[in-house]
Design a protein around this ligand. Structure first.
Ligand SMILES: [Zn+2]
Length: 514
């Protein structure tokens, strides 16, 4: 038997813990934003009121995650998908009323256990966790439209987005399995679910994969779709959105007249819970490390909203849900079978998005493709550290989870300088180094000259205009697609090092920085 009241004390404890926790830095590919942790402390006092509703009220709890990024095993021990599902059961949401589980998107791209299988494992996990809908995130396009369509067909829940439209004809791409909205009945409530997707998606997934689509204005999409949902007689409208709170909060104000009850966020990995006017805006963190919730109490007859609680809860100390744990364990075995191949040894971590990691990636490209002078990658493509100890294939897949290839383009020194100055901070570049403000070629020791042409390797995400690098295709419209997967040179370079426990690879990687 589920102890219905246990979640009151658990929330109290988790809320105290949450205020002390440190958050992951926001990924550089997104706008730098302050991450806000807001916990409604009044929820502790208010819970008894909603916990034992009178006969005249209905309770609906929405639990919300976003930017899961394949972290079914958890970013920390005990903080995986199975623990989260266990926490939800323990909280008794489904016993006390209706429960809806939503995701704000970016479900699949991440560690090898998800990426190696193009997210198939993650869909199975989210099916078992009981998700009711997910917004389409920019990274849902990472495995191409075939990959997207395959995953959406395997999901037991709809993937929704009201603002992705075919450029030709402006229809929602339902042929791929994307729905603008879905109406579902839970207990005695009829709920409208509308998805939204980042309008800047072409800059933050491989633009080739989304070339057929427009990502139309959020408010315009809602003003078009909400009346259709209302026409189906819904009691509440919930909008899971792959949008950072910096854009979601003004959106909440702009659509205050539409009767939306909840806007959920995504993309910026934020933990957030606030009421903006009469709309609850929540974001659940990232990688299953936490979740946001909103509990609505409605009059059973009129369906009028009487009360709402909301907050963010750390994924900690959750009892494992057995069914979810078994699925994760099965995919771990499968991942290990395919990828637990040791290719080298490290004494210390190569930290995510470090200069060390940039040197390892770009210099191994030049090692594999020696006719190129310079190699440039993007910080956003480095998704995980390489842990100390045995270096496995799985670690390299987790570090570089996207299926990019290398592109060789010709550009002048002046154009190269523009590319190097275009990003935020130091560019992750190999083959050249900055000496007294001047870029010097490592091989020849000669300075980069403005009017000389150089051969430059980039990844195809960059060449397609990702990270605002549309200048690359302008500089060389006829660049050569090498078809070399961007991970393979890294794997080859590490294997060629022949490192062992006694003779680890650390010094050799450090030497790549010159
Ligand atoms: Zn995203």
């Amino acid at each position: 038997m589920q102890a219905k009241r246990t979640h009151v004390s658990i929330f109290g404890f988790l809320i105290i813990f949450l205020t002390a926790c440190t958050l992951q830095p926001i990924k550089p590919e997104v706008e730098p934003l302050p991450t806000v942790v807001t916990v409604d402390l009044s929820a502790v006092d208010d819970l008894p009121a909603t916990d034992n509703p009178s006969d005249e009220s209905l309770i609906l709890t929405v639990v919300y995650t976003n930017d899961e990024h394949g972290w079914m095993v958890g970013q920390e021990p005990g903080a995986g998908a199975a623990n989260l599902a266990g926490l939800w059961s323990e909280a008794g949401y489904a016993d006390d009323g209706a429960l809806i589980i939503l995701s704000g998107g970016d479900n699949w791209t991440g560690p090898a256990i998800s990426t190696w299988f193009d997210g198939q494992s993650m869909v199975e996990v989210m099916n078992a966790m009981g998700y009711d809908a997910a917004a389409i995130g920019n990274h849902e396009f990472d495995f191409g439209l075939d990959g997207l369509q395959a995953r959406l067909s395997e999901a037991d829940f709809p993937y929704i987005s009201a603002n992705i439209r075919y450029k030709a004809g402006s229809a929602t791409p339902t042929d791929l399995g994307i729905q603008a909205y879905r109406v579902i009945d839970v207990e005695d409530l009829r709920i409208g679910l509308i998805g939204l997707t980042l309008t800047s998606t072409p800059k933050v997934t491989n633009p080739v994969n989304v070339a057929d689509f427009d990502f139309i204005d959020y408010e315009m999409a809602l003003r078009e779709i909400v009346p259709k949902v209302d026409a189906e007689g819904v009691d509440l409208i919930l909008v899971p959105a792959h949008i950072c709170t910096s854009a979601l909060i003004p959106l909440a104000r702009a659509v205050a007249d539409l009767g939306i009850a909840l806007l959920g966020g995504g993309h910026c990995n934020e933990r957030y819970a606030e009421e903006i006017g009469e709309i609850v805006v929540i974001s659940g963190g990232d990688g299953f490390s936490s979740y946001a919730y909103a509990t609505f109490e409605l009059d059973a007859t009129t369906k009028e909203l009487l009360h709402v609680d909301y907050g963010v809860v750390e994924n900690q100390d959750g009892p494992e849900n057995k069914a979810v744990a078994e699925i994760v364990a099965r995919w771990q075995v499968e991942t290990d079978r395919e990828l637990n191949v040791v290719i080298g040894y490290l004494d210390a971590d190569v930290p995510k998005r470090s200069n060390l990691m940039a040197a390892l990636i770009t210099e191994s490209w030049l090692y594999a493709y020696p006719t190129a002078d310079v190699a440039i990658t993007n910080w956003g493509g480095m998704r995980d550290s390489i842990p100390a100890g045995e270096i496995t294939m799985a670690a390299i897949v987790s570090m570089m989870p996207f299926n990019n290839v290398l592109v060789d383009l010709k550009m002048t020194g002046a154009q190269l300088q523009r590319v190097l100055l275009s990003g935020r901070g130091d560019p992750p570049v190999g083959g050249i180094q900055l000496q007294s403000g001047q870029w010097i070629l490592n091989d020849s020791g000669l300075p980069i000259e403005s009017d000389v042409f150089y051969s430059v390797l980039v990844n195809d995400f960059m060449y397609a205009g990702g990270d605002d690098l549309t200048m690359l295709a302008e500089f060389d419209p006829n660049a050569y697609d090498t078809s070399i997967n961007w991970r393979h040179p890294v794997i080859d370079w590490i294997e060629a090092g022949g490192s062992t426990v006694e003779d680890p690879l650390d010094a050799a990687i450090d030497a790549l920085r010159k």
